[in-house]
Design a protein around this ligand. Structure first.
Ligand SMILES: O=C(O)c1ccccc1NCC(=O)[C@H](O)[C@H](O)COP(=O)(O)O
Length: 195
């Protein structure tokens, strides 16, 4: 499984995750998040990162223009959209994007196999809350284009391998405190997800 470490707020945490083997890093552009970064802060981190790592910019309830402008300014390679968007919205995006399904029940995850999606547990805060998704909802589902998020941690990630998820995404499960990653937990998470 590919791994994304979300809610990166420092170069140190970014480099630790990359050295541990992370495929993608997430940067949160949602002001109400404890992991919120300004454009300047994100630029400062992303410009120091090596190539071949996906830099993912996370958004909640913004316009296509804000997604495009922010991604270009900070050097993000993928936009992650944590809110409902329609075809017209997506057509205006100038960089690749992935939609997030904030799943409340099994029906929410059963009807999409054509596009890659990030499936997160529904929570009022939009993400990064450590809320576990009900894994049984994925029984019998083709998970090959799903990135799973929501309440994952180094101890529970290995048990997901049998589902064949494209990837897994974690934030609070590898933190010391909101916005500060624990390098040992990050390493353990990636090892358990990938070996
Ligand atoms: O991390 C945040 O604070 C956040 C805020 C608003 C929208 C999304 C946010 N994070 C999204 C992520 O991709 C998280 O990794 C995902 O929700 C899983 O979080 P966790 O359950 O804490 O591992």
């Amino acid at each position: 499984m590919r791994t994304k470490i979300c809610g990166i707020t420092s170069v140190e945490d970014a480099m630790n995750a990359i050295e541990a083997g992370a495929n993608a890093l997430g940067f949160v552009f949602y002001e109400k998040s404890p992991r919120y970064l300004t454009i300047t802060q994100a630029q400062e981190i992303i410009k120091q990162l090596p190539p071949f790592v996906e830099k993912v910019a996370l958004f909640v309830n913004v316009s296509p223009k804000e997604v495009n402008d922010t991604c270009k300014k900070v050097g993000a390679t993928l936009a992650q959209l944590h809110f409902e968007v329609d075809e017209d919205f997506c057509a205006q995006l100038e960089i690749p994007h992935i939609k997030v399904v904030r799943a409340k029940n099994k029906e929410d995850i059963s009807q999409f196999s054509e596009e890659y999606r990030l499936v997160d547990a529904y929570c009022e805060a939009y993400g990064g809350a450590g809320k576990r998704i009900n894994i049984e909802w994925f029984d019998g589902v083709d998970c090959s284009k799903i990135i799973l998020a929501g309440g994952l941690d180094p101890d529970n990630v290995a048990s997901l391998k049998k589902y064949g998820f494209y990837g897994v995404d974690v934030s609070s499960g590898v933190e010391i405190s909101h916005g500060k990653k624990d390098p040992n937990k990050v390493k353990e998470f990636i090892k358990n997800a990938t070996t």
